[in-house]
Design a protein around this ligand. Structure first.
Ligand SMILES: Nc1nc2c(ncn2[C@@H]2O[C@H](COP(=O)(O)OP(=O)(O)OP(=O)(O)O)[C@@H](O)[C@H]2O)c(=O)[nH]1
Ligand SMILES: [Mg+2]
Length: 327
């Protein structure tokens, strides 16, 4: 091991140690490394490995403005009352920049800004390969190792992202609000398959009960259609909330607890977590492969190979083999 590497090792160990004690700045630093795909990450993840698997991961998704951040704020309050340490990752899959668009989120979670046992962080993909699928699970690992009992991932529902968040969480909350035909939208977007718990937020507005009925029907339909759901399968409850007034939040917490108990009893927790890690490994491997692939072009002159094939001196398979040999 070179001196350089020894030095780095020392600082990684120190940083991980501090993060383990819940030092917010060390946690921030580690998550920045995750966002930047810093070379130290390999060592960080190795050092964090023994501490993984404690945190309960809750995903919150739904259309822009439906009340995800307000609900997260309310949830943090309830979880803190129960003595839990909470980490929040506000993830914007559409933006390569953290901060900007998500500043509003932080404002809505300000109630907890000074609480040592709450860590709130906005994250962006910064346009990297693998994007948030790559960085989110690793950021969860950091928060998990830092002693968070619950990690909440808030994702803006834009297209594929709400489906993706379901893959990252133990329990996925899908938020909807009355008006704007949200129920029908939901059915179209395919989110009726991903929710473990549905939340009709803004229940102070007209149409909340109608939305709840619509949802209940659509979910029931899904259940009979999907052939013989095994006995003891989870039937997603629908909770009504008025997030900015903390109404319904206790019901929501109870539903989350119930889901977690079901996950454990049914063995589904292990299944989900293994699936999640499998995806994570794949993204890391494919990202590495992709990097090597980009490097190939520095070493192999593709134009020369192409010219040879075009002139009949070689064939495309042989030329492709040459590329692969250089991976
Ligand atoms: N009337 C009413 N307004 C609410 C409720 N919950 C949230 N709001 C308001 O809805 C607006 C959007 O809330 P946010 O929590 O920022 O929504 P969001 O889903 O996080 O929004 P994005 O992160 O931008 O997608 C804010 O002005 C909230 O105060 C509710 O239950 N009833
Ligand atoms: Mg928000």
């Amino acid at each position: 091991m070179g001196l350089d590497k020894l030095d780095r090792r020392g600082s990684v160990d120190e940083l991980v140690g501090r993060a383990r004690e819940g030092d917010a700045r060390a946690v921030a630093r580690l998550i920045s490394w995750v966002e930047d795909q810093a070379p130290q990450l390999r060592e960080v993840m190795a050092a964090l490995a023994p501490y993984a698997g404690h945190a309960q991961v809750v995903g919150i998704t739904g259309s822009p403005g439906v009340g995800k951040s307000t609900s997260t704020n309310a949830l943090i309050g309830a979880l803190r009352k129960a003595g839990k340490r909470v980490g929040v990752l506000a993830v914007d899959p559409s933006s390569p920049f953290s901060g900007g668009a998500l500043l509003g989120d932080r404002v809505r979670m300000q109630d907890h800004a000074l609480d040592r046992d709450v860590y709130i962080r906005s994250m962006a993909s910064r346009g990297h390969l693998g994007g948030l699928a790559w960085s989110t699970p690793q950021a969860v690992r950091v928060l998990d190792a830092a002693g968070c009992d619950v990690v909440v991932i808030e994702t803006v529902g834009v297209g594929q992202s709400e489906i993706d968040v379901a893959g990252l969480a133990d329990t996925t909350l899908v938020l909807l609000a009355p008006g704007a035909g949200d129920g029908i939208q939901a059915a179209k977007a395919g989110i009726l398959e991903i929710g473990d718990i549905y939340v009709v937020n803004k229940a102070d507005r007209d149409g909340a009960d109608q939305l709840r009925r619509d949802l209940r029907n659509m979910i029931a339909l899904g259940h009979t259609v999907s052939e013989e759901r095994a006995e003891g399968s989870w039937r997603p409850p629908i909770i009504k909330t008025v997030a900015h007034r903390n109404e319904g939040v206790d019901d929501l917490v109870a539903a989350i607890d119930e889901h977690v108990a079901w996950l454990r009893d049914s063995g589904e927790l292990e299944t989900r977590r293994t699936r999640r890690v499998r995806d994570e490994i794949e993204v890391i491997a494919v990202t590495a492969l992709r990097r090597r692939w980009d490097d190939v072009h520095a070493r192999v002159e593709l134009d020369d190979l192409a010219a040879a094939v075009a002139a009949g001196r070689s064939d495309p398979y042989t030329a492709a083999d040459t590329l692969l040999e250089n991976l």
